[in-house]
Design a protein around this ligand. Structure first.
Ligand SMILES: Cc1cc2nc3c(=O)[nH]c(=O)nc-3n(C[C@H](O)[C@H](O)[C@H](O)COP(=O)(O)O)c2cc1C
Length: 259
């Protein structure tokens, strides 16, 4: 058969495609467990960062031993007897039997449904709670942004806030990842004297003379729409529909023995 014959050209092309697809699928299957392990590690790193104990020179698994992982029923604020290590709140939010639809008027985060139960992470010193880390997510301009907010044991002061996944525009909405912006959140208060969520991202810079400055964070220039999304997801997740029942319960227990 000559090299120019149509049958030979198709034969070679077919064999090449077959070999390549075998190589790609073998690599995909073979690397799946590594990818899964990397995902788990990445999540732990983000929780450790939110808890304020991440150290790039230390073993992530060892550091994570300081974190108590729990699953909480958002409607009651009580812990549920579910394995916190394997519970996947993002997966649960997609299935009708493990999630609830959010009424349109209440859906500030623009997510449609939320899981009935949420992962929460506690950093403790003995019996004393040091920080509580809560997962939050909501719509930005282009994407759903996923992050963690860490609160002090007064359940009001922000210790850390940041996103670990989003697809906002680099240099605009993507500036939510800018360490300088994230630093502005530390020390801010979530709830006002009436217990209402008061955190507010303002357009421009917060005036130093503003008596409500403790609730306010500078907006990102050219990214008002993403900032609106950030503010709204905080409003949602720290509302009665989100973590408020849980935070109230922790506060009633005085930040102690709440594991
Ligand atoms: C290509 C492109 C990407 C943009 N990406 C974002 C973004 O990620 N987040 C955002 O809030 N605004 C983004 N904007 C800008 C918005 O359309 C809007 O102008 C901006 O949010 C207004 O913010 P400002 O009031 O601070 O100027 C983008 C605009 C363009 C043209």
């Amino acid at each position: 058969m000559s090299n120019e014959s149509t049958a030979k050209i198709f034969g070679v092309a077919f064999t090449l495609c077959l070999v390549c697809s075998l190589l790609v699928s073998t690599a995909a299957v073979g690397l799946k467990s590594i990818q899964e392990a990397n995902k788990v590690r990445e999540r732990k790193v983000n929780i450790l960062k939110a808890a304020g104990i991440y150290d790039e020179d230390a073993s992530v698994d060892k550091l994570f031993q300081q974190i108590e992982s729990k699953v909480v029923d958002l409607s009651t604020g009580e812990y549920v007897d579910i394995d916190a290590v394997t519970y996947d709140q993002r997966k649960a939010a997609k299935a009708p039997e493990t999630s609830v639809a959010i009424k349109a008027g209440k859906d500030l985060a623009g997510i449609g449904r939320r899981a009935k139960f949420a992962n929460v992470y506690l950093l403790k010193d003995g019996d004393t709670l040091k920080r509580v880390v809560l997962p939050v997510h909501g719509k930005g301009l282009w994407s759903t942004m996923y992050g963690f907010i860490a609160l002090a044991p007064d359940f009001n002061t922000v210790k850390n806030f940041g996103f670990y996944e989003h697809a906002e525009t680099p240099g605009l909405g993507g500036e939510v990842d800018n360490p300088n912006w994230k630093a502005l959140w530390v020390g801010k208060k979530v709830f006002d004297e009436k217990g209402e969520v008061a955190l507010d991202i303002v357009k421009g810079a917060v005036s130093a003379s503003d008596i409500k400055a403790v609730y306010k964070v500078d907006g990102l220039a050219g990214a008002t729409l993403t900032c609106n999304g950030v503010e709204n997801l905080i409003l949602y997740w720290l509302s009665e529909d989100g973590f408020t029942p849980y935070l109230k319960r922790l506060a009633a227990e005085g930040g102690k023995n709440n594991g």
